[in-house]
Ligand binder design. Structure first.
Ligand code: NAD
Ligand code: MG
Length: 394
């Protein structure tokens, strides 16, 4: 019992959360589960809490508290509901926390998890993009280890030699190119939410699937890499690699490229973070290079996928611009999923919002939250005004 690692999952019912639960079930002898959280899927949350004998389950939607209590009656598992309860649960001591909430909603839970001192495995990239400086500074201050889970960043983490930082020429983030890699702009104009979420290699939540289709996901990842590995934008490159086998690389001054390879299965980077600094087994997909025969690479077509260029502009403009890119994108992706705007209008909206926004200095958490809200409001107004002017033009 004594050497059980105590773990919590924020966003347990999502794609990353479910894969993490799978790994915990396969390694029951090593882990004890503290808290599981979810926003709305109360049935799955209760099932996961029972299966893993969690200490506590927290549902974000307060209207579902009675259901959660009912489903966990007689188990001895504690229940709570609401946003405050999620943040409090994240602050509850755990040796390892998986941050797998989607979007900026994960920022305060991540900060709370960092504050309690255990390792924090970060899949939830948006808070890093929008508030990377604050997140990294808090982790340094508390001595908390951040373990990258995004497959590219986990790959870089595995091949990055901190002691040879000076000899690192660049980080190369690979990109599958998403479901529209070979589509023309004319075809993309007509793309539906169903087509955008159908990723060729990965099965993921709706928001990141749309981001992969627009390549805004790679834009977010360039910014994420810059904060996680403290690298300037000119030392981060993007390379299209349709098979998603090489998850990313680091190029050193002596000409060596160190790459991490694996089947496209998030259980591998999650297991890497869960087992760190050791290695644990997964039953996930395995790589068969002989069957694969070849690995392909392409340069990114920035005319069809302008999102990645915006990330470099934002990194040069500063943290306020990175926050605005993320906030405008979250609003635009939701509008696309709600069929209020077309696919190409996602990146158009982000670009327009970046053009007319005056970037604020982000001094602290309240400043970050209020600027995030202001940019979201501006993005919503822009989408409404575009819809109105389209009607006038028709
Ligand atoms: P998902 O939509 O499948 O799951 C999101 C989880 O967060 C769910 O448990 C949901 O209940 C919870 N949640 C949603 N909104 C919330 C809110 N407002 N407050 C609290 N909890 C909330 O998403 P996912 O695909 O698992 O992705 C999670 C994060 O990991 C995202 O930031 C994504 O970019 C990142 N990521 C995902 C993958 C992947 O393969 N899915 C890969 C790399 C990075
Ligand atoms: Mg990724």
């Amino acid at each position: 019992m004594a050497d059980l690692k105590i773990v919590s999952i924020l966003g347990a019912t999502g794609s990353i959360g479910r894969s993490t639960v799978d790994l915990l079930k396969a390694h029951r002898e090593r882990y004890a589960v503290n808290v599981l959280t979810a926003q709305g899927n109360v049935e799955l949350l209760a099932e996961q809490a029972r299966e893993l004998r969690a200490r506590k389950a927290v549902i974000g939607d307060e209207a579902l508290f009675a259901v959660l209590k009912d489903r966990l009656a007689g188990t001895g598992i504690a229940c709570a509901a609401g946003r405050k309860a999620i943040i409090e649960a994240a602050a509850d001591p755990a040796d390892w926390t998986m941050a797998a909430i989607v979007g900026m909603a994960g920022l305060e839970p991540i900060l709370a998890a960092i504050g309690q001192g255990g390792c924090v495995a970060i899949a939830n990239k948006e808070p890093l993009v929008a508030a990377g400086k604050l997140v990294i500074a808090e982790a340094r201050k508390r001595g908390t280890t951040l373990l990258p889970v995004d497959s590219e960043h986990n790959a870089v983490f595995q091949v990055f030699e901190p002691e040879n930082r000076g000899g690192i020429e660049r980080i190369v983030l690979t990109a599958s190119g998403g479901p529209f890699r070979t589509w023309t702009l004319a075809q993309m104009t007509q793309a539906t939410p169903e087509q955008a979420v159908a990723h060729p290699n990965w099965s993921m939540g709706a928001k990141i699937s749309v981001d992969s289709a627009s390549m805004m996901n790679k834009a977010l990842e360039v910014i994420e890499a810059s904060y996680l590995f403290d690298m300037p934008p000119e030392k981060i490159d993007v390379l299209v690699h349709p098979q998603s086998i090489i998850h990313s690389m680091v190029e050193y001054a002596d000409g060596s490229f160190l790459a991490q390879l694996g089947a496209p299965d998030m259980r591998t980077p999650i297991a890497n973070a869960l087992g760190w600094p050791g290695r644990i087994a997964t039953s996930g997909l395995r790589l068969d290079l002989a069957a694969l025969k070849r690995l392909d690479f392409e340069t990114l077509d920035s005319a069809r996928f302008p999102a990645v260029g915006l990330a470099y502009d934002c990194l040069r403009a500063g943290p306020g611009a990175c926050l605005a890119l993320n906030a405008a994108n979250e609003v635009a992706v939701q509008a696309f999923l709600d069929r209020k705007i077309g696919f190409l209008q996602i990146v158009d909206t982000v670009r327009a919002v970046l053009d007319f926004t005056k970037f604020e200095q982000l001094a602290d958490l309240p400043g970050i939250i209020s600027f995030d809200q202001a940019v979201r409001q501006a993005a919503k107004s822009y989408i409404l005004s575009e819809a109105a002017s389209e009607k006038v033009n028709r």
